[in-house]
Ligand binder design. Structure first.
Ligand code: ZN
Length: 502
C-alpha cells in the first residue's frame, strides 16, 4: 500500500470488492457489457500479417479498453516515480514504435513499482515494464528486445485477439475456464479487475512477438542477439511470482522451445539481410540509468516481519495469523489461510467517520446487515458490521471493521462462507483488534535496498570482485546472476557491475 492515496472501490453489482478507485471499476465492467451487447463481429486487417481476420474489437474499442485497463493496472500496482528513467524508456520505445507496423498508434510505456520480473502489454498501445525486470536487464539492447517483444504483441493485435477470445468464452462459445480461480467465492469478493490481462499468449503469439522484438530492435540499431542472452539469464533466474501478486514473465510468457537459439538465429539473419554491423549493446549507458533503482520489496509500502504487518508511512501495525499468506499490493493487503477458504482484506476506505464508511460499504455491496455497533480498537474510534454478501459463488459472511486513525479510515473485512464463519471469526478478531499505532522508530525508519553501479578496479573473477565490493557470501551467486554472469567469469578493470545495497 502506498502512503498517500485512498484506493478502494466496492462494486455493488456482483458483490465484489475490487481495488480500483472511484468509478473506474464500474465503467470498466460497463464497457465489457456494452461490448457484449453490441457484439458485431467485424473483419479487420491484421497490421502485421496484412491478412483479414475476425475481430470483435475495433481499433477505437481497443484503445478505449486499453485506457480503462491502464487506469486499473496503475491503481493495482502503482507507478515507480522516476522521471529520468521513464523518459529513457519512452525514448527507446518510441524509436521502435516509429519503425513498427503501427507507427501511428500512440504508445504509453509505464514503469511499474513492482519487484516482480515482468513486462506485458494490453490493447491500445499500453506497455508495462516492472522495476524488477529493469534490475535484471544488463544493457540497452536487452531492454529494447523486451520492449520490442511487448510492442509486437500490440502491433500484431495479440491482446485484442485475447480479449476477443475471452468474450467468446463469456458468450458461451467455448474455450471456457478463462476465469477459473482456485478461490471461487472468496475471489469474487476480493476479485482483481485485471486478472484477465494475465492470460497466457499462445506459443505462436510468443514466437511472433519474439520475431517482432528482433525486427524492431534491430531496425532501431540494437544488437538483438542480446535479447537471447537475456532469455538465458531469465532461465537461470527462473523468478517466481512476487509478493505483490503480479505474475512473473515466466508465468505470462509460455516459452517456445529453443527460444534462445531461434532469437539468436533470427537476429543474425536480419543483421546480414540488412547489412548492419556493430549494432548497439549499450551496457554502460543502461547501467548508469538504473543506478539507485529500488530493488526487491520496498518496506516503505508496508512489510511483514515475525507475523506482524508494519506500515512505516501510514504508521500502523497489525498481527498476521501464523501460517496465513499475506499479499501486499498497491491498493490492498490480502491475507489468505492455507485452505484458501477464509480471507482478510485490508485497505483504505472512504468516508468522514467509520459509520459513514460502513454505510457506503453496505450501500455498494447491498450487504444484508446482521449486526452493527460502535466500538474502539486500541483507543481508535471504530464501527463494526457483520453482514452477508451475495457473490457469484454463494453467500459470504463478512466481519468488517472501519477504523479511524488520523485523517484516514481503514477497513478490515474478514470473510468466509457462513458455515465456516464461526470457526474463523476469532482469528479475524485477533488480527483486527491488534490494529494499532506504529511508533517504534526501528520499524519506521526502514530503507529499501537499491541497485548500485560500481566500477571494477582490478582484473579478476566475478567472485573476487563482488567480495571486494562488499557483497555478502550468501548473495554472491544471486548478484552474479543479476549481472548475467557466473562466479568464475573473468572481469576486466573498469567494467561496471551491479551490486545491491541500502
Ligand atoms: Zn510475450
Amino acid at each position: 500500500m502506498p502512503g498517500n492515496e485512498v484506493y478502494f472501490e466496492i462494486d455493488g453489482e456482483g458483490g465484489k470488492i475490487g481495488s480500483m478507485r472511484g468509478t473506474v471499476g464500474k465503467s470498466f465492467l460497463i464497457i465489457w457489457l456494452i461490448a457484449l451487447l453490441l457484439w458485431i463481429p467485424s473483419c479487420a486487417t491484421n497490421p502485421v500479417s496484412g491478412q483479414p481476420e475476425l475481430m470483435l474489437l475495433s481499433e477505437k474499442d481497443e484503445i478505449r479498453l486499453g485506457r480503462q485497463t491502464d487506469a486499473e493496472i496503475i491503481r493495482q500496482y502503482g507507478l515507480y516515480e522516476d522521471k529520468k528513467l521513464s523518459a529513457y524508456l519512452n525514448e527507446i520505445g518510441d524509436k521502435m514504435v516509429k519503425l513498427s507496423h503501427r507507427p501511428n498508434l500512440a504508445f504509453h510505456f509505464r514503469l511499474l513499482d513492482s519487484s516482480v520480473v515482468n513486462a506485458f502489454a494490453v490493447p491500445g498501445g499500453y506497455v508495462y515494464i516492472t522495476r524488477g525486470i529493469l534490475a535484471a536487464l544488463n544493457n540497452e539492447a536487452e531492454l529494447a528486445g523486451v520492449m520490442g517483444h511487448e510492442i509486437g504483441h500490440v502491433t500484431a493485435r495479440h491482446s485484442a485477439e485475447q480479449y476477443t477470445r475471452a468474450q467468446l468464452a463469456q458468450l458461451g462459445l467455448g474455450l471456457g475456464m478463462v476465469f477459473s480461480d482456485t478461490l471461487r467465492g472468496i475471489s469474487d469478493f476480493a476479485q482483481l479487475g485485471v486478472g484477465l490481462l494475465f492470460l497466457k499468449f499462445s506459443r505462436n503469439n510468443e514466437r511472433q512477438a519474439d520475431e517482432l522484438g528482433v525486427e524492431y530492435s534491430t531496425k532501431a540499431g540494437y544488437d538483438a542477439r542480446q535479447m537471447a542472452e537475456f532469455f538465458k539469464t531469465l532461465e537461470r533466474m527462473n523468478p517466481g511470482p512476487g509478493k505483490s501478486g503480479l505474475p512473473s514473465w515466466f508465468a505470462t510468457h509460455p516459452s517456445p522451445e529453443d527460444r534462445v537459439m531461434t532469437v539468436r538465429a533470427e537476429a543474425r539473419e536480419l543483421q546480414e539481410a540488412l547489412g548492419v554491423r556493430n549494432l548497439k549493446i549499450g551496457r554502460n549507458e543502461y547501467l548508469r540509468h538504473i543506478d539507485g533503482l529500488v530493488f526487491g520489496e520496498d518496506p516503505r509500502q508496508g512489510y511483514e516481519k515475525d507475523n506482524v504487518f508494519y506500515h512505516p508511512v501510514l504508521r500502523f501495525q497489525f498481527p498476521v495469523p501464523p501460517g496465513w499468506k499475506l499479499v501486499n499490493t498497491a491498493s490492498q493487503v490480502r491475507i489468505i489461510n492455507k485452505k484458501r477458504n477464509a480471507l482478510i482484506l485490508f485497505s483504505l476506505a472512504t468516508g468522514n467517520t467509520p459509520r459513514d464508511a460502513a454505510d457506503t460499504f453496505v450501500e455498494k455491496t447491498r450487504a444484508l446487515v446482521l449486526r452493527t455497533a460502535e466500538t474502539r480498537i486500541n483507543n481508535l474510534p471504530a464501527y463494526y458490521i457483520v453482514s452477508d454478501i451475495r457473490t457469484q459463488n454463494g453467500i459470504l459472511r463478512v466481519l468488517s471493521y472501519f477504523i479511524k486513525k488520523g485523517k484516514h479510515i481503514f477497513v478490515f473485512h474478514g470473510a468466509a462462507f457462513p458455515s465456516l464463519f464461526g470457526k474463523y471469526r476469532p482469528t479475524f478478531e485477533v488480527t483486527i483488534r491488534g490494529f494499532k499505532n506504529l511508533s517504534d522508530p526501528k520499524k519506521i525508519n526502514v530503507k529499501p535496498r537499491r541497485i548500485r553501479i560500481r566500477k571494477v578496479r582490478l582484473t579478476g573473477t566475478v567472485k573476487e570482485t563482488l567480495i571486494s565490493l562488499g557483497v555478502p557470501r550468501r548473495e554472491l551467486k544471486r548478484i552474479a546472476l543479476l549481472n548475467g554472469k557466473t562466479l568464475d567469469e573473468k572481469l576486466q578493470a573498469n567494467t561496471l557491475l551491479k551490486v545491491v545495497q541500502k
